[in-house]
Every structure is written in C-alpha cells, then in structure tokens.
Design a binder for this molecule. Sequence first.
Ligand code: UDP
Length: 241
Amino acid sequence: MEYVNILGVRVNKLTMAQAVEKAETLLNTEDLSIIYTPNSEIILYASENSEFTDVINSADMVVPDGIGVVYGSKILGNPLKERVAGFDLVCNLFEVMAKEGKSVYLLGAKPGVAEKAAENLQKKYSGLVIAGTHDGYFKDDEEVIADINNAAPDFLMVCLGFPKQEMWIYNNKDRLNTKLAIGAGGCLDVFAGTVQRAPQFYCDHGIEWLYRLIKQPSRFVRMLALPKFGFKVILKGRRYK
Ligand code: UDP
C-alpha cells in the first residue's frame, strides 16, 4: 500500500472508502491484523522514540486520525488523500459488521464506560454482536487476554490512550484470538456519551482541536504538540527542497 513518510511514521494514502474496504478485508483474514490511527501528537512522540515508530510501522494499516497529519503530508510534498478519523473508520466498519453479524470486544476507558458504549452501539448498529467489554485500568494482562480469547471477537477495539494502546496490541499480538485490532484512543468515551465529538462544522474546517481545547482546557499542554509537530515537519520539508 502506498504511504507517506511523516517524521519516520509511514501513513497510508487512502480515502475513507478505501480504508473501510481494506479493514473489511483484514477482518476476513484469519491472522491478526492491526490498524493504528496516529494524529500529530502521536507522530511527534514517535519521532522522538524509534521503538514506538517501529511499532506503528509494523501495522497492516496506518491512517491519519488528525487534520494536522494531512497538512503535514502536504508540507512534505506528498499529500495524503484525506483525513481518516479512527472514530469514523470504526463507525463505517460497524455498519458492515452489523450486516454480517460480526462481533466486537471493547477494551478501555474508565469502569462502566465500555458497558455504556456497548449498550449504545447495540441500539445504533442492530446486528452487531458485542462479544465482551473490559475497562482500561487493569493490572493483570493475563486475565484480560483470557477474557478476550474466550469471547474470540472478530474485532478488538483497544482504547487505552497512546502510547499504551499501540504497545499493548503490539506486545500481545501473538496471543490475541481476534482477526483485527485497532488502537482507537477516546472512541469508547464518545460512544458512551461521556465525551462529545466536535460538531461537523469544526471537523469540516480542520479545527476539531479547538473544540476539544474549549471543552477540555486541561488538554492545553498536550496540544502544544501540534505547533511542535508543524515546526518539525516544516523543517523536514525545507531539507527536501
Ligand atoms: N485510558 C485507559 N487506561 C489507561 C489510560 C487511559 O483506558 O491506563 C483511557 C482513557 O480513560 C480514555 C482513553 O484511554 O478513555 C484515552 O483517550 P484520549 O482521547 O486521551 O486518547 P489519545 O488521544 O491518547 O489516543
């Protein structure tokens, strides 16, 4: 698959429709496949941590979760096709899975959130099977892996925040009994309704980050990663010219 190298991270050049189609194919392949959904904050972190970069690059598909990554690709002169937000990718995949009666296991977020997300998902995607849920504040990997493997879901959503979720999937990939795993950040909070997704206006204008900042001012320090990411990409871009 074609990709753009952004500060060492290989991000696939796909439209949303192509990413959904690829995810469907991976879902129907016996061996475990992995999808990561980096935004600029994650790529910035990877650019300072080569082990983490290797983990991301080992995935079967890597999609640009944030608009910053798409802008970054343009600055580097190798534009990505469009933003493929992890949340939207998962929603589109659920539509397909619901029709086929496929199952998902929801791992992550605070106690009670994954259960609430499961309840809402079952209402929204009739036919989708919820194979199991577990919160993301566990100490014993073995117990969680045993629960997932007993449920044997087609799809495993791992929402532990970065870099934990990517490392967790990577470190356990050989013992997870599922066909497709995704690192999906705060998706369960949104499905559960504990966090609101930005209104369409913000997404359409590339300012979803502004909405999140207004709603959760405590993210300010984390968000300083955005200009830092932009600065690093511009420096890199200038070196290519
Ligand atoms: N989380 C978790 N276990 C942890 C740390 C975080 O389950 O040890 C959850 C947290 O409750 C939240 C999600 O991971 O639901 C992280 O959301 P965020 O929007 O910060 O995602 P990121 O941008 O880090 O991928």
